[in-house]
Design a protein around this ligand. Structure first.
Ligand code: SAM
Length: 210
C-alpha cells in the first residue's frame, strides 16, 4: 500500500503565500534573512542591452529596479493578484510598464524581440521546462540571454544542502534538484552557472542563445 499523500505541506504554504503579495514579501524576507533583493540584483551583473522581459515578476520589485535603472522592461506574471500588485507598485514609482497576466508557456510576443529575459525564483515552479525554454528562445534575439536566479541543490552537493533538501523533498513539488543547465544546453544555449548564498543553495544561470 502506498504511504504517499497528495497533500504537501511546503507546497501549500508556498501557494498560500504566493497568492497574497504581502505574505509573499514576509516569506521572502524571512527565508532569505533579508537577502532576497540582494540575490535578485545579481542579474544586473549580466545585463548589457536594454530591452528586457521579466517572467514571474511577483510583486514587481525587481521590475521596478530595472525600470529605475533605465531598462526598457515588460513583465509577465501568472497570478492575477500578484500582477495587480506589481502594476500598482510600478505606477506608484512613476513608470509605465506593461505587465501581462500570462504564462511562460505562451508568451504573447513576436519572434526575436528581447535582448534579455530575467527570471528570479520561478524556475522551480516550471514543470515543463523544455516547453518554457523553447518559448523563451523564440522571443529572444540572436545572442540574447536568459538570466536566472534560483534556489536549488548546489553543484558541490554539500552535506548541509543535501540535508536541507532531504527535509523538504517530500513536502514539495518544486523542482529543486533538476539540472536546469542541462535543459538550456540541450536547446543550444551556451550556459554558465554560479552557486552562491548560504550553503550555495542559490544559483545564477546565464544562458546565451547561439
Ligand atoms: C517565488 S515567486 C518570485 C517572484 C519574483 N520573481 C521574486 O523574485 O520575488 C514566483 C512567481 O512566478 C510566478 N509564476 C509561476 N509560474 C509561472 C508561469 N508559468 N508563468 C509566469 N509566471 C509564473 C508566480 O505566480 C510567482 O509570482
Amino acid at each position: 500500500m502506498s504511504r504517499t499523500s497528495n497533500f504537501r505541506l511546503f507546497d501549500f504554504i508556498y501557494k498560500v503565500l504566493n497568492t497574497w503579495p504581502d505574505f509573499q514579501h514576509s516569506l521572502t524576507q524571512l527565508t532569505s534573512l533579508g537577502q532576497w533583493e540582494k540575490w535578485q540584483d545579481r542579474v544586473f551583473e549580466d545585463l548589457t542591452d536594454k530591452k528586457i522581459l521579466e517572467i514571474g515578476v511577483g510583486p514587481g520589485k525587481l521590475l521596478r529596479r530595472l525600470a529605475q535603472k533605465g531598462y526598457s522592461v515588460t513583465g509577465i506574471e501568472l497570478r492575477h493578484g500578484m500582477a495587480d500588485d506589481a502594476r500598482r507598485r510600478i505606477k506608484k514609482a512613476g513608470f509605465d510598464v506593461d505587465i501581462l497576466t500570462q504564462s511562460i508557456y505562451k508568451l504573447p510576443f513576436k519572434n526575436e524581440v528581447f535582448d534579455c529575459i530575467v527570471m528570479t525564483f520561478i524556475l522551480g515552479e516550471i514543470d515543463h521546462l523544455d516547453k518554457a525554454i523553447l518559448e523563451m528562445k523564440r522571443v529572444l534575439k540572436k545572442s540574447g540571454k536568459v538570466v536566472v536566479i534560483a534556489g536549488g541543490m548546489p553543484q558541490d552537493k554539500n552535506f548541509v544542502a543535501k540535508f536541507l533538501f532531504m527535509l523538504v523533498k517530500s513536502h514539495t513539488s518544486l523542482r529543486l534538484e533538476r539540472d536546469n543547465v542541462a535543459y538550456f544546453s540541450k536547446h543550444g544555449f551556451q550556459t554558465n552557472r554560479v552557486d552562491f548564498g548560504p550553503f550555495y543553495v542559490i544559483n545564477k544561470i546565464v544562458a546565451v542563445k547561439q
